[in-house]
Write a protein that binds this ligand. Structure first.
Ligand SMILES: Cc1cc2nc3c(=O)[nH]c(=O)nc-3n(C[C@H](O)[C@H](O)[C@H](O)COP(=O)(O)OP(=O)(O)OC[C@H]3O[C@@H](n4cnc5c(N)ncnc54)[C@H](O)[C@@H]3O)c2cc1C
Length: 426
């Protein structure tokens, strides 16, 4: 039986493990912390703007299990908030066990609290990976889905220091990139001003620390918009954000709270003493990152060079997914690339032609467009997403954006890729 090892259990790694298992491989998924989902443990927004189309494409291609689980576990659906339509918010507190169960049902072996620290490479091929205990695990193909968040040294150097985020570097050890360990030079994303990395764009407040009125409104509507008094508005924060789809003027003038289980606050950080001067937030307390008053995690500090099949340049049997594969942002984007990389890892093992998604699909066009943009200096200062910024504009211009399930299904059928992720290749 062919064996695929996936490193990193965020949304992209979970999707890669799923598609590789569906394609018939024996799959082993390593995650350094005690939980899957990575930064998805504190996210929650999906199906907003063009992410709706991308989710439907994945479903039509037979890789929809994770979106179906998010849908089933949503606290709110069809929510509008500034710049965003028809968003759903999955419950961040209860999502992880559901995803774990799905992967286990497909036979994926999940090893949490296991960190990959090195690779065994021969020529242009990876032979195995070294775990932090020194054991070497061999496989036929590998997926690097280790993300780009942290570790602490990067947050200290490029951000405001460790803000104690969900990545939990001090507890589980720093993120280690398989690609970097394979001696491949990684690419770094940049902020608007050209400085390195980008700061995660939201923090979460404990809902019980809000006033009863705010909490009730958040529970019923899913969204609350609070005007920030001019004296405590933060200038320059928007340009630092990882999520350029929220870098709109409304987000500088207002605090936008979304109900993902926590009160997700759409700003990278906000000094606690200022926050508590806003009516309804007098008792506010951060839930993620714990020091959300001073900063947030830094990301995009280690991206693998790869092509549209998501094979890493310079290594024959290494694929990449999610933030590791491009300056992209989002759970949907992570799942869409994860599905392709896990599937292509199996095709590598079977000596089959790799799957490239055509640009008549939003996902195919997205991967091609972002890869091209990343060749330019300016292109590295943008984070790409189906949900906003320049890529959503392009989706609309090219008529790739659709919220019609049947239309997306037909489009996928026209490419001949219906259920492509469901078929066993072995
Ligand atoms: C605070 C915050 C809020 C966000 N909110 C949203 C949102 O609402 N909606 C949205 O669409 N997107 C959101 N995002 C962005 C989104 O979460 C990410 O873009 C996407 O989920 C990235 O997934 P990934 O799998 O590529 O990486 P990650 O989520 O970073 O996962 C990488 C995983 O790899 C593991 N790992 C790293 N190194 C190793 C190793 N050597 N061995 C084993 N395991 C390793 C890590 O522990 C981690 O679990 C948010 C991000 C943050 C930080």
């Amino acid at each position: 039986m062919i064996k695929v090892v996936v490193v990193g259990g965020g949304w992209s790694g979970c999707a890669a493990a799923l598609s590789a298992a569906k394609a018939g491989a024996q799959v082993l998924l390593f995650e350094r912390t005690d939980l899957l989902l990575g930064t998805g443990l504190v996210g929650g927004i999906f199906r907003n703007n063009g992410r709706y189309t991308a989710a439907e494409e994945a479903i039509a291609m037979g890789g929809g299990d994770l979106f179906v689980a998010m849908d089933a576990n949503s606290r709110h659906r069809g929510v509008s908030f500034p710049g965003h339509q028809h968003a759903s918010f999955y419950d961040v507190a209860t999502m992880e066990p559901l995803v774990k169960k799905i992967l286990q049902n497909y036979g994926v072996e999940i090893k949490t609290k296991t960190r990959i620290v090195d690779v065994v490479k021969y020529g242009k091929k990876l032979q195995g990976l070294m775990l932090d205990g020194g054991e070497v695990v061999k496989a036929d193909a590998f997926v690097d889905s280790t993300g780009t968040a942290g570790p602490m040294g990067n947050c200290l150097t490029y951000g405001n220091g460790c803000a104690m985020c969900i990545i939990r570097c001090p507890s589980f050890g720093p993120r280690v990139s398989v690609t970097a360990k394979a001696d491949i030079k990684e690419i770094m994303g940049r902020k608007d001003d050209g400085s390195i990395g980008a700061m995660s764009g939201s923090c979460k407040l404990n809902k019980d620390s809000l006033s009863k009125e705010l909490k009730d409104k958040l529970d019923s509507d899913g969204v609350v918009v609070l005007e920030i008094p001019e004296s405590i508005r933060k200038s320059g924060v928007l340009g630092k954000k990882a999520c350029t789809q929220y870098a709109l003027a409304e987000y500088a003038r207002n605090l936008i709270l979304l109900d993902t289980g926590h009160a997700k606050m759409m700003t990278p950080f906000f000094p606690l003493e200022d926050l508590r001067t806003i009516p309804g937030l007098e008792r506010a307390r951060y839930e993620d990152p714990y020091a959300g008053g001073i900063g947030n995690s830094m990301r995009y500090l280690g991206i693998a060079p790869c092509d549209q099949t998501l094979k890493v340049d310079g290594v024959d049997n290494l694929f990449c997914a999610g933030e590791k594969s491009a300056v992209l942002v989002g759970h949907t984007e992570a799942v869409a690339t994860g599905l392709l990389s896990g599937h292509n890892a199996v095709r590598y093992c079977l000596d089959m032609q790799y799957l490239t998604l055509p640009n008549t699909l939003a996902t195919g066009d997205f991967i091609e467009f972002v890869q091209a943009k990343m060749q330019t200096e300016d292109g590295m200062r943008v984070r790409y997403t189906f949900s906003g910024s320049i890529y959503f504009e392009r989706m609309k211009e090219l008529a790739l954006y659709s919220t019609s399930r049947s239309e997306v299904k037909d489009r996928v059928a026209q490419t001949g890729l219906t259920d492509v992720y469901n078929g066993c290749l072995v």
